[in-house]
Write a protein that binds this ligand. Sequence first.
Ligand SMILES: Cc1cc2nc3c(=O)[nH]c(=O)nc-3n(C[C@H](O)[C@H](O)[C@H](O)COP(=O)(O)OP(=O)(O)OC[C@H]3O[C@@H](n4cnc5c(N)ncnc54)[C@H](O)[C@@H]3O)c2cc1C
Length: 566
Amino acid sequence: MPREPMQATTDVLVIGSGAAGMYAAIEAARAGSSVMLIDRSLIGRGGATVMAQMTVAVALGVQTPDHWTYHYRDTVAAGRGLCSGPLAQLLCEDAPACIEEMDRFGVGWARRDGRIAQATAPGHDRARCVYVDFLNTGPAVSKTLRGAVNRSAGIRKAGDLCVVDLIRDEARIIGAAALHLGSGAGVMISAKATIIATGGLTRLYQRNSASANMGGDGCALALRAGASLADMEFVQFFPIGHLAPRLIGMDPIMWDPFRYKLGGRLLNGRMEEFTSRYGSDEDGKYVLTRDLASYAILKEVEAGRGSPHGGAYLSFQHCSGETLRAAFGPVIDRLAANAIDLTRMPVEVAPIAHYHMGGVVADATMATELPGLFVAGEAVGGANGANRLSGNAITEALAFGRRAGRSAAALARTIKQQPDGAMASRAALDLIGTCGGGCAINTAEMIKSLQAIMEHDVGALRSEEMLVHAQTRLAHLTDELGERPRGDGEAFDLERLEWFDLRNMLLVARTVTEAALARRESRGAHRREDFPATDPAWAQNQIARLKNERIVLSAALVDTLTTAAQ
Ligand SMILES: Cc1cc2nc3c(=O)[nH]c(=O)nc-3n(C[C@H](O)[C@H](O)[C@H](O)COP(=O)(O)OP(=O)(O)OC[C@H]3O[C@@H](n4cnc5c(N)ncnc54)[C@H](O)[C@@H]3O)c2cc1C
């Protein structure tokens, strides 16, 4: 039987402990707030940050003169007309201070001649991306922030707490209700300010680079609480996700940093370079942005010119063994353990769901339209428009996290009385405490079905027929899920957790699908086979809200929305 609910209070509640959540917590504590940093996983180990392997974009100008306005110009160009100006500016302008602070914290950015090294990545007009070498960027960022969190007075941490709903009184968000996985109990946390930092949603897809905690919880929490989401249709597919041969113990997106160093050649099944067919001069270089590269690979496969497993070849065979070892470092041995010798063979790669440009609407203080609610990191919508540049995601997690922490602390200072969430959290705690009900369902199978629907019908190439098909199938799954959680509510009840996951994943998948259906054009990561051209009339963000369980879409520029909310 589920246990009696537990209660906690704090000035600032941070939900999610990736780079965004940890930086937010550090900054809010620095500003004098009491902070509770919670995560459904272990603190600092649950989401994308700890898995990131590549680079962090920042106009440090160490190698080549640079300025945040140049970074901004590239970011906005990649966003294909849909970036929120203030958010993109915050990302680019605050990045140097965040990266330098991470350096002082001891992250260990790779250095050349004693100075922080910067690599060139597609879409950036100069060497702008810092990194921790040999696939260690994310682990190092995460470890460094975990250390800083541990040194900060005023931050309480709690893992294994999965937030199920935000708590809202009439006027504002006053905390969250969570399921404590270790006991099955509900937990009510009342807070003067709440920050969503729950990361992205690519777990919705069958082929993804996500952790198990990236099912779009933040979008679902915000939507149910009454906030707006922007740009939900823009899911980024990383073009060169590893496909074959089998690669054990390594991340499928690991090839990117080596392409920065060595170029690497992208070849179709006939061993021809092909991206020039799709309007690029990439052949032999690494310059094509992710949306265009994904499209080029998928079109080659569709034309019958794919590699044997349905992707493209990535070859480093033009490089000598010495060059490869210098660039790959110890990674070359891990590849050898997988029987991959890059001097003798190409590997196969194909697009894989990797990042979400959409998310919760916020202004440049990271405040959402709901008083008391802030958002940071990948859960934010609008900063990257229709396509994100390499390296901008960790940057936004740091810059938005820092800003959200500051803003939340500033708000908390103005609130004299601790909110009482007892009444407002009752429905959420009841849901957490419910036992059984309804016919038996197989939640694990349902997650697989959902991922297959999204992969096949709401993937990198879309059409009205596919999207309508997805809508119907998602509606069936939603009916099957029912309204009460399954499982017995005991400690670590996975069936119950999957029920709550599905509740969020289905809502968010429906939102992505409906937004993709409504956008009758192709732009950035959103490719409609039936509307292949970019339509200037669609140079608008799409805003999604939940009204009476229905997703309601409208077109607007996010900047006008957030200005109106202030
Ligand atoms: C494999 C991989 C490699 C990448 N490499 C790079 C790179 O090299 N450079 C780059 O710029 N970007 C990269 N990205 C993207 C980048 O890592 C992410 O966008 C960024 O780290 C997101 O940070 P975040 O703090 O917003 O979210 P995350 O780091 O994903 O953290 C979110 C946290 O929220 C928790 N959470 C989720 N839901 C709940 C809930 N309901 N209740 C409580 N807690 C919850 C999760 O457990 C998790 O710990 C990569 C992504 C992946 C997946």
